[in-house]
Write a protein that binds this ligand. Sequence first.
Ligand code: PLP
Length: 407
Amino acid sequence: MRDRGREEPLPPERLAGFSTRAIHEGDLAQSGIAEQPVAPPVWLTADYVYESLEHYTDVINERRPGFVYGRYGNPTHVALHNVLASLDAAEAAWSFASGMAAVHTAITTFAEKGDHVLAQQTLYGGTYGFLTKMAPRYGIEASFVEAEVDALASAIRPTTRLVVIEPLANPTFAVADVKGIAAVCAERGVPLLVDNTVATPYLLRPLELEGVSLVLHSTTKYIGGHSSLIGGSVAGNRAVIERIRHAAIEQGTTAGAFEAWLALMGVQTLGLRVERQCDNALTIARFLHDQPNVVDVGYSGLPEHRHHERARALFTGGRFGPMLSFTLAGGYEAAERMCDSLRLVRVGSSFGSLHSMVAQPATTSHRQFSKEDRAAAGITDGLIRFAVGGEDPDDLVADLAHALEKV
Ligand code: PLP
């Protein structure tokens, strides 16, 4: 009789394209059923039972593979980690209860009492807050520097155990010299952590550069993609992720199973969404560039932007990111009037979903910055952060045009 069975599935290394991997790397075969689910089940169990005490002791002591307890990871986490590692060009990944949980565990894995962490001066306010308020309680000192090679190289100290950068700096979206900084870190033997939340693995895979040790995401944003979860992730080589995994288990920072599942669902459309959002962002940046009351547009896709050539060389697919900033001539009053005059785009606390959102970072996401550090980071009162969604571009431009008339 003819064998009517199907061909064997492709092995993971044969899944080449970005979206193919985003969709299929999370497929996990379910044992015991012939019909396999398209959406993998969410494993909402805190703990497991074993065939014997020996079975349990073997698993918990890592003498045999298996599952122990929710904080140690479950099959839903495994599926998510497979996708994230693949998209980030990493050997392994781990997921966290939030982006800040990932920041906390990553920094305290590399640095301890007496150590120094060097971070980019324009970066997410929560990371700045952790480095200036929490890290000193662990005896870790932080300092901040421009994300340019010369400035960074001269700020590395003998005690520097980690450098932290954001390729597309939240909230100005200046483009860091990622390649140059990675080369400096490789030469000086200092691990480099790249927070790739805004650029996403669709535009940039920092681990392909020598000198990058760890990539971090707030999966709350583009990985999840629908404002439906809070989560974080890191990816790197197997040895680094083993250290991170142990720290996450000790600190209790591992992602919840349901949030891991939501991230797993969301990441399947990462390429589709980010492509559309980048195209929308470029349309909006061009429109804003021509407006008389806009004094500056922070979008490296514009040929006039100071980092245009750097961004072209760094990001894949000829795209420049799903977020932009712009500065109004009239300072805070103008920013407030602008935000409140938008009718489709809403004032919002986060970014990364298909809903367009604006915010004035100086008084919100970056309120933790001291006045001096805010000025050094280029976060002025008239600066507006625009997280571009997936709406139709004409509707977004019409909304902006209406609001700018009111300013
Ligand atoms: N990193 C960046 C660049 C962020 O923008 C954020 C949050 O806005 C975080 C990390 C922290 O992530 P979460 O809010 O998921 O804790």
